[in-house]
Design a protein around this ligand. Structure first.
Ligand code: DPP
Ligand code: ZN
Length: 856
């Protein structure tokens, strides 16, 4: 297999400062004429090489004259050229309606749209498909007017008109040079929700969210989020929007969440469409975050782009960090941080500990699509967050200003970003750069010793990063740890919070004049993306869960207490649940705490996170330990859960999307879950009543989730009612599939296999595939059934999906790659399925790379 290596980077031989594209759009056969103004980059005699994939080449001309001295090497068009600048024209034919991989130009829901990141543009026309070739684009589209009344492309519209044969045309021009992965066009029967935004320098921007006509009422939330994001980026980073129009189009079939094409973002409809009846609070939050994320890319990604794909985290890590801060500013910052850390632990920590581990700036790849990972995105965001913590808000902002200023209009590297922060702040980031090259999650041990007599306390910190594939020796990284000590009796802080930089393998900090026994609050706000081991007792954790003034640290202490209990009990010990129950009871009863925070804090760690703490994951034992603890918490605190449930229910009338209302709904659903876990006889009736009375999807889906987990008489009726009510709404049907695939039940594996045969199940829609297969893959107990049936099911589905859509298929492989974490029987069964996948003739390079790495 061909491997691309970061160290092999060379600047492009030919530049393309201008390109004109002319599309004769047709779903079966689209003609694309491309006019490239090419320039030799320096004194060399190499030919022009244009990437291509899957198209039919019809003609090539140079400076207006048809030529035939070109060759095709693999799928690359190689053209000998004599001068230093030429005009090269090609014409190709492509078939959007047969494009099932959803890269390039494809059909979705009767419309035509594009997805070019990372290497989809070469499926549209021949071009140097690499992010460091920046061009000004002019795009002309002609299409059947009745079928495709709306024609959109990047930049600003410049002209449009009708043609005699029922066709029409439109021309768009994007004045900003951009790499081809940011190219986009849409042709479709779409309606628009229009808005406008006045930028900080007083320019008026016309905003448009384009969807099918029936969905227009579901676009107000996305439009409001877009305006909020535009204002936030002005205030927080001084970044102003730069075109006269900003359009967003929602499509149903999409590999990613969304795409930041210049001036024409294309979105998976799940990140645009929302109304109270069909979208949960979680969906609303996700929409605001993704709309903001793609908008923020206009600067962090588009105005300054990536030199090569090894620099992907330059735009993604930074932009995720930016969207996380935006969301934190819109609602509860504490809850947002908890959610982000939970996401990091669910997806990125396992990746960093498994066969697919890679640094945030990888050294090599076979298929770049495989590197749109939690590591690049979420760990990448944590790296930026640490920089912000270390530099402080002002110097960090000076650094980002310098970065945008220096590299505007160019293709930059991660090094360029770090150097900008370094230059602006005067901070030496030499050692910090290891975060870019070293994979794996650091493990920190912290122990606090106290000598009562001398009043001296000593904090001993040590760090160690375990080996990852291809990187056996690890060096110490820079870990900013926010720390505070509390007196065990007075609950008073010993001193204000301080940030300790752990840079060595070991580090000791002495505190003088510590009179009371100190309790350590460390990695507050999750200031460093590490795994922490401390010698804090259950009593100390309970103390912090009740007293810490950092909400994240408080959450973390309670989680650690639960985790310790669950790991012990999954390991076979008889464990007393009293400490956990008391801590949860105290949290619930504390009127000072925000309800959204309470709802997060009292949730048990996931089965897979418990598994991550064990030498060998025992999915059955983990499931039993967790269910038993849930039941005990439900029973012991039943009155409190009912009070919380009734209280939240009484306070919420009519759907409002606000932090307070969200918090109440969240607490209500968590309380309902614990009431059901207690085994209360009325739980089914209670959940069904909520299900029926709900005026919003948050309440309806949480009731359904509770019903589906149990065996009440209302279970099947609720599933049927839900299905019938929403059978024409694909996004809600996805929920119907997911709820069943994630159910903590003995029959889940069998149900999922049956659902794969359901008439509404299809592998050709990525959302639907992920809703069933993706959700099942993270159901630790069901997926890891001892007989290997879950593994076989996943492999069968992945083999079938790979034929249609390799990119989405390859993303679903990680659960099979976790075999080293399981007992030898399960490991052998998982390996056998991976080997079966690798042996499939004609396997995509996406799957080939991920499946074979997963076997190592
Ligand atoms: N660049 C996209 C994003 O926003 C992914 N296609 O993450
Ligand atoms: Zn992004």
């Amino acid at each position: 297999p061909h491997v691309t290596r970061r160290e092999d980077y060379t600047a492009p031989d030919w530049l393309v400062p201008e390109i004109a594209l002319d599309f004769a759009l047709d779903p079966a056969a689209t003609r694309v004429k491309a006019t490239l103004h090419v320039q030799r980059s320096d004194a060399h005699d190499r030919p022009l090489r244009l990437d291509g994939a899957g198209q039919t080449l019809l003609s090539v001309s140079v400076d207006g004259v048809a030529v035939n001295d070109w060759t095709i090497e693999g799928e690359t068009l190689v053209l000998p050229l004599t001068g230093s600048a030429h005009v090269v024209e090609t014409e190709v034919e492509i078939a959007p309606e047969r494009n099932t991989q959803l890269m390039g130009l494809y059909a979705s829901g009767g419309n035509l749209c594009t997805q070019c990141e990372a290497e989809g543009f070469r499926r549209i026309t021949y071009f140097p498909d690499r992010p460091d070739v920046l061009s000004r684009y002019q795009v002309r589209m002609t299409a059947d007017k009745a079928r495709y009344p709306v024609l959109l492309a990047n930049g600003d519209p410049i002209a449009a008109g009708d043609l005699p044969d029922g066709r029409h045309w439109a021309e768009w021009r994007d004045p900003f040079p951009k790499p081809c992965y940011l190219f986009a066009l849409v042709a479709g029967d779409l309606a628009v929700n229009r808005g406008s935004f006045t930028t900080m320098s007083g320019r008026e921007v016309a905003l448009g969210i384009w969807v099918r006509a029936a969905d227009v009422p579901r676009t107000d939330h996305a439009l409001a989020a877009l305006k909020a994001a535009m204002a936030w980026d002005e205030q927080t980073y001084g970044r102003e929007y730069d075109l006269d129009v900003f359009n967003i189009v929602a499509v149903d079939d999409f590999n990613f969440g969304a795409m930041e094409n210049k001036g024409l973002n294309i979105f998976n409809s799940r990140y645009i469409l929302a109304d109270p009846d069909t979208a949960t609070d979680y969906d609303y939050d996700g929409i605001a975050a993704v709309v903001a994320h793609e908008y923020f890319h206009n600067w962090s990604g588009n105005r300054v782009t990536c030199r090569d794909w090894f620099q992907l985290s330059l735009k993604e890590g930074f932009t995720v960090y930016r969207d996380q801060c935006f969301s934190a500013d819109q609602g509860s910052a504490a809850v947002k941080r908890i959610e982000d850390v939970r996401g990091l632990r669910a997806a990125q920590f396992p990746e960093d500990a498994g066969p697919l581990a890679h640094p945030i700036r990888p050294d090599s790849y076979q298929e770049i699509s495989n590197f749109y990972t939690a590591t690049i995105y979420n760990k990448g965001a944590e790296i930026i967050r640490m920089l912000a913590t270390m530099l402080g808000a002002q110097a960090f902002r000076a650094g980002t200003d310098l970065y945008f200023d220096r590299f505007d209009g160019t293709a930059a590297t991660c090094e360029d970003f770090v150097a900008s922060l370094e230059d602006a702040s005067g901070t030496d980031l030499t050692q910090f750069r290891r975060w870019y090259s070293q994979a794996g999650t650091p493990r920190i041990t912290a122990s606090l010793l106290h000598h009562k007599g001398s009043g001296r306390a000593e904090l001993v910190l040590a760090q160690n990063t375990p080996p990852t594939p291809g990187q056996t020796v690890k060096q110490p990284v820079v870990l900013p740890l926010r720390i505070k000590l509390f007196g065990a009796d007075s609950a008073q802080p010993y001193a204000p919070e301080q940030t300790v930089l752990l840079t060595e393998a070991e580090h000791r900090i002495v505190f003088e004049d510590v009179r009371e026994r100190p309790i350590l609050s460390i990695n507050r706000g999750f200031s460093a993306p590490a795994i922490l081991e401390t010698d804090r007792s259950a009593a100390d954790l309970a103390f912090l869960a009740a007293q810490d003034d950092d909400p994240f640290a408080r959450y973390e202490a309670l989680q650690q207490l639960m985790l310790d209990t669950l790991v012990e009990s999954a390991g076979g010990a008889r464990v007393d649940h009293a400490a956990v129950i008391a801590a949860i009871g105290g949290t619930l009863a504390n009127p000072q705490l925000d309800r959204a925070f309470v709802a997060e804090a009292v949730l048990l760690p996931s089965e897979s996170f418990i598994g991550d703490q064990m030498a060998v994951v025992d999915p059955e034992a983990i499931f039993r330990a967790r269910e038993t603890l849930r039941r005990d918490i439900g029973r012991a605190l039943e009155a409190s859960w009912r009070a919380a449930y009734d209280g939240a229910r009484a306070t919420t009338t009519g759907y409002v999307y606000s932090p307070e209302a969200k918090g109440l709904r969240r607490l209500k659903s968590v309380a309902l879950g614990y009431i059901a876990a207690s085994g209360a006889a009325d739980a089914g009736a209670l959940a069904f009543a909520q299900f029926e009375a709900a005026d919003n999807m948050t309440d309806r889906q949480s009731a359904l989730t509770t019903l589906v987990a149990g065996d009440s008489a209302q279970r099947t009726p609720a599933l049927d009612i839900f299905y019938n009510r929403y059978s024409d709404n694909a996004l809600v049907l996805d929920k119907w599939f997911s709820v069943q695939a994630m159910a903590p039940r003995d029959d889940t594996g069998a149900v999922v296999a049956e659902l794969a045969q359901h008439r509404d199940f299809t592998l050709s829609n990525p959302n639907r595939a992920r809703a069933l297969i993706g959700a099942f893959g993270v159901n630790q107990r069901a997926f890891n059934a001892a007989d290997g049936s879950g593994y076989r099911f996943l492999a069968d589905q992945l083999i079938a999906l790979d034929r249609l859509n390799p990119q989405t298929a390859a993303k679903l492989i990680p659960p099979l790659g976790r075999w080293k974490r399981f007992d030898s029987n399960r490991a052998a069964l998982m390996r056998a399925e991976l080997e079966r996948i690798v042996a499939v003739p004609g396997l995509s390079k996406d799957m080939a790379e991920q499946a074979s790495r997963s076997l190592d």
